[in-house]
Design a protein around this ligand. Structure first.
Ligand SMILES: Nc1ncnc2c1ncn2[C@@H]1O[C@H](COP(=O)(O)OP(=O)(O)OP(=O)(O)O)[C@@H](O)[C@H]1O
Ligand SMILES: [Mg+2]
Length: 279
């Protein structure tokens, strides 16, 4: 009969095959139908015997040490994922790509990200691929929400814009005729993509930045009530990085990724891009 500790080890190996980042004690416990505390004990035993690695953060994650045929240091050969499939992933988009992956996996909850770039450079696609990537590496669940919102859509109604994002208590302003739940809450455990972020009015910015710092926010007109969510924000803008409108965003959003203009791409990339546009 296979010993329990070996079952735990085999499960770590199995789960790390599809999840390069690592797996939590709870996930392993669920897989085996064991108590979490029992599982943790075996995991620590395996860790002491140097059979598995610990990845810091909360929750602590574990991954198997699998000897690599080439160098024996226990890293996995990287498999292709969504981000790598974008045109220019290994060329012009290499740095943006690496930064995006780092932003997604950064423990414990990732880094909120601002995407810069002229219109048509692929910001929206990039944001979607970051979401796909986050699912592929099991940072978020397969059914996690991806919610997009264009801040330019409500530009002449800042109250409504802010209410859409953060929710509102009935009667807070003319037109707020019912309690409404905001998109930030609906994106819980997933990603909220905010396009044309430079159009977000100051009061909306304040709530957003507070959420980024603290992990909670108050809907409009609900000063006493706080809503705690776990949402990764990806913001995008076509605004010139020199613009004063962006300066606050630069200071408050921890990861800024610039996508190069189409002129800056290699000839091969431009050719492939044209090909996909035609298709
Ligand atoms: N690197 C890429 N690989 C494959 N397709 C791409 C790439 N970059 C852009 N595209 C395609 O080009 C088109 C424009 O991209 P996208 O809409 O993401 O640009 P954008 O920066 O969001 O533009 P806008 O500022 O106008 O919203 C899309 O059809 C997208 O799929
Ligand atoms: Mg776009």
């Amino acid at each position: 009969m296979v010993k329990r500790v070996d079952k735990v080890y085999n499960t770590v190996v199995k789960l790390t095959k599809t999840n390069e980042i690592g797996v939590s004690a709870l996930e392993i416990a669920k897989e085996l139908g064991l108590e979490r505390s029992t599982t943790s004990r075996y995991l620590n035993e395996l860790y002491r015997e140097s059979k598995i690695e610990k990845v810091g953060g909360r929750p602590v994650l574990f991954k198997a040490k699998i000897p690599n045929k080439d160098n024996g240091v226990g890293t996995f050969t990287k498999k292709m994922n969504s981000l790598d499939k974008m045109i220019g992933a290994k060329e012009s988009l290499n740095l943006p790509m690496e930064k995006a992956k780092a932003a997604i996996i950064y423990p414990p909850r990732g880094l909120h990200t601002l995407l810069l770039g002229e219109t048509g450079v692929g910001k929206s696609l990039f944001a979607e691929q970051m979401y796909e990537y986050a699912k592929e590496v099991n940072i978020i669940r397969g059914d996690a929400p991806f919610i997009r919102f264009n801040c330019a859509d409500y530009v002449n109604n800042p109250n409504l814009l802010t209410a859409q994002l953060f929710g509102v208590k009935k009667g807070t302003f003319t037109g707020a005729d019912s309690d409404r739940e905001g998109l930030l809450k609906r994106a819980h455990n997933g990603i909220l993509f905010l396009d044309e972020i430079h159009r977000l009015p100051p009061e909306g910015q304040e709530i957003l930045f507070l959420y980024m710092d603290k992990g909670y926010f108050s809907p409009l007109g609900e000063t006493g009530k706080t809503v705690h969510v776990n949402v990764r924000i990806i913001a995008a803008t076509t605004e010139n990085p020199e613009s004063f409108l962006l300066q606050t965003f630069f200071r408050r959003i921890p990861m800024v990724i610039s996508l190069p203009s189409l002129k800056e791409r290699t000839l091969k990339e431009r050719y492939k891009l044209i090909e996909t546009f035609i298709k």
